[in-house]
Design a binder for this molecule. Sequence first.
Ligand code: HEM
Length: 332
Amino acid sequence: MALSNDVVTRAVFGGKFAQQGEYIRELQEVFRLLGGFCLVDLFPSSRLVRWLSSGERHMKTSYGCIQRIIADVIEERKGTRASDAGSSTAGEEDMLEVLLRLQQEDSLKFPLTTETMAAVLFDIFAGGTETTANILSWAMSELMHSPNTMAKAQQEVREALGKDRAIITNSDHVELHYVWMVIMEVLRLHPPGPLVPRMAREECTVMGYDIPKGTSVYINVFAISRDPRYWNNPEEFRPERFENNHLNYKGTHFEFIPFGTGRRQCPGIQFSSSLIEMALTNLLYHFDWMLPSGIDLASFDMSEKFGLAVSKRYDLQLRAIPHVWSKSMSSK
Ligand code: HEM
């Protein structure tokens, strides 16, 4: 989680910011509330239920706090920009800088208010941090749980990159087909956004059920990607199932839509794919991995915690041993 937070923070704000700790805490609270049961969702028009429910109040408090923190960061940046006026930062723009430039240029069809910017930045943090962290944690868990798959992935990475590589770049991933299949299989078994929300724009019938206009509908990505009608032995972690087929997660194969599909599909696909590949490749290349002492494969925890995302019930704990290269391995 710390890694994905830091990477997203860097892309959005150019680096860490003073209130980052508080921000992340409130964001996690929002996730907890969003993923939990809320009576107001069942009785949206009942004022009594609304009054009795504390979930909505807590949500407003946390969201308000997040908006205030982002608004402070924006104001601070505006101040820095004003005092740095004239000095060029071309080519080094973070997301906030891009939004402030667009606000200044005022060339969009709608006004880009500070409130809108704060909402966009919130969406990026909310969409980008827990999802990516979840995939990495499940990827390492599945690999530990399946030693042959771990060995195959590590062999591929180490053979493709050669000995003593300090820096791994995006272009190295072109050669890492098996690692890619591992990531696809993790996205299938553990989609971080298990329920994709939509609202019916018209009255319609789905599988015999009448759906009135305006109804919230949830597409169960988790169930679809474990449906035996589309997947052989769906509960099994088997990256090889993606070998020699055309399946991808870009949203046109409806049996595999971890990033959603259509106009509201995840805009962070490229960003997260790159981050996940980079992080996982580094973990596999530089370290050998062992279970914590006292834990064997049979007792290794693979249980799930259902919420807004399906994360691991307990935090993953492993022992990382820096990899020692044998003399016979060649450098690239
Ligand atoms: C493994 C990583 C990720 C997964 C599996 C994932 C999955 C999803 C899914 C399923 C949706 C809903 C799509 C739909 O309604 O059709 C979504 C939306 C979104 N995601 Fe991601 N996401 C990931 C990473 C990211 C990252 C890194 C960012 C930003 C840097 C991001 C930003 C967003 C945003 C802003 C939305 C809302 C889009 C909209 O409503 O128009 N996501 N994501």
